[in-house]
Structures are given as structure tokens and as C-alpha cells.
Design a protein around this ligand. Sequence first.
Ligand code: SF4
Length: 353
Amino acid sequence: MGTPVQLKDQSRDELEQLLIAWGQPPYRAAQLWHWMYRKSVRDFEEMTDLPVDLRRQLSQRARLDACWVRQRREDPVAGTVKYAMALSDGLVVEAVALRYRDGVTACLSSQAGCRMGCSFCASGKSWERQLTSGEIIDQFLRIGEDLGGRRSSRVVLMGTGEPLDNYEAVLQAVRRLHDGTGMSYRSFTISTCGLVPGILKLAAEQLPINLAVSLHAVDDALRQRLMPRAARLARVDRLVAACMVYAESSGRRVTFEYLLLDGVNDRVEDARRLADLAGRVRAHVNLIPFNAIPGSPYRRSPPGRVAAFGARLREAGVAFTVRRELGAGIDAACGQLRQRGSGSEADVGQRSQ
Ligand code: SF4
């Protein structure tokens, strides 16, 4: 009978072609799409407007699930929920639900591990494989299911992995979630360590997707130390120029992510240069308190230095925020969940640094 088809890897057109090939009328694809994306059902038997023999055929020849919640951990104060999501081959990736007053943001992984090797990040210490579009989509749907059917209103691709290093699958996932759930493209944020060809390719799509760029250093030498692969691929000036192109073509404001590391990149001089770069792009700056990972040489900047850094940005007229803590009771550094999940303890961790 062959390998079952993973339905969440299929576009709506592909689904239609598949069902036509099975001798079904094209409108069955729209029904199936509705059950998958609007109703989020996990069992073909629940698709009550599909004929019984099609449901039987689907259960024999297709799969609805692309990931499963293996572990969840909730911070009782912040309400953040961190998930270890198991994939069909046993790999585990991380996803996070962030609760805000105006809704839930789902933070999804795009790769199992990461090839970029940033020195402050646990995910960059291992590489497994690319995720499929269906595996990215199903993290979102699993979170909604876990929260009692409460659909996230925003999606950030800030979990494990570099989304632009898995461009096609990520964009397919965004397009399908937009089409399947009705979420606007403005509700999606793709976070990158600065892959310029990917930024320009995304710019050419002319979709109003938000772009967050992990800058973390304002000069090439320090960026080379913190993010060696990303820095090798593009100088800061070239990255900033690509961000200007993106902002222009998408009509969206770019965000610069800036992880504050004690004594490394948190001097007033760094703030001055960051303000200059952000001014060129009219970027919003997101200052991120560092969450130490075991064995890390870095420490979090003290509150006084964070305040002085922010004051310099404010003086320069740069809009900025300091990322709120996501839950002190939960590991909050990149890749920690997956690393621990392979041992006896399976806590939930999160990236986004
Ligand atoms: S910070 Fe992002 S790009 Fe860098 S290693 Fe971690 S997951 Fe990869």
C-alpha cells in the first residue's frame, strides 16, 4: 500500500489532487481541510461529513498527526507553557505558548537542532534534521488542543532552528496556517540570525510577515565571536541593508533582537551604535535578558547596565522593549528541553535568544 501520506505536508491543491486520484470529488479536499485546520481533529472518524469508505481509506493511507506532546511544563505565575513535542521518528523539538492579555503566542521550532552554532545557544550545539511543514504546523495545532481549543492568535518562528535555513518548509507552514486558520500574515514573525539571501527571498514574497533579526552585536568582530556562522555569511552593514529592503517591501517594521551579555555587548557605546543601526532601518529593538545555559561563559547583564543601555536608546529616539521573563520556574534557554529530554529528566525549555 506504500507509505501513508502525511496530510499536513500537503497544500490544499495537493490534497485536492490526491483525493481526485482516489476517485473523490474535488470538494472533499475543502471538507478535509476544514476538519484539519479549523476543527483540529485527530481522528478521521470525527469527520462526519465525509463518507464512511473515504474515512476508512484515509485511515489506511494517510496520517493526520505529525507531532505529539511528550511533556508539558507550565509556569504558575507567567502562565507560559513549554512543550516537548515528539516527532514520528522519536526526535523531540520544543514549542512554547506565551500568554498575554490579548491572546496566546505560539513559539514554534523549525529544525531539530541548528546548524548555526551561536556560542550562547544550546540548540546550536547539535544538528538532527529539517522539520517538515507538517511538523511545524502540528506544533501550532497541538498547542491549541492542549489549551482546551484556545487557538493562538500569533505565531513566532523562534523555537529551535534557523527558519530561513529551512525556507521552503517554513513558508509553506506559514501559508497553510494562514489559509487554513484564517490568521493574517501580520500575525506571523520569522526570526533569523541574519541569513541575507533568505531575507531577500522573503522580501520578494511581498507578504506582511514580521521579521525579527538576531543582531546581538553591533560590529563584525564581536558578531563573529558570538555568532560565527551568521557573521561569516554576512557583515553587519550588509545585514542592515537587507533589513531595509525587507521593511520596504513587506511594509512591516523589522525588530532587532539584542541579547544583553554582561561585559560583552552591553556598553553605552554598543547602545549608541545599535541606535544608529536601528535608526537606519527604523527597527524596533528587543533587549533580551540572558538565561544562562550550563557551561556557558556568558552572564546576564546587571539591571543597572540594562537600564543605562535602554536610556541611551531612548535618548536616540529608538523604540525598544525589554523582553519579559517567561517563567523563572522553567528552563528558558535555547535547546535545554531537547537535551534533557534524552536523559532521565524531560523538562520543557525554550529558545529565542
Ligand atoms: S540562536 Fe538561533 S540561529 Fe543561533 S544556534 Fe540558536 S537556534 Fe540556531
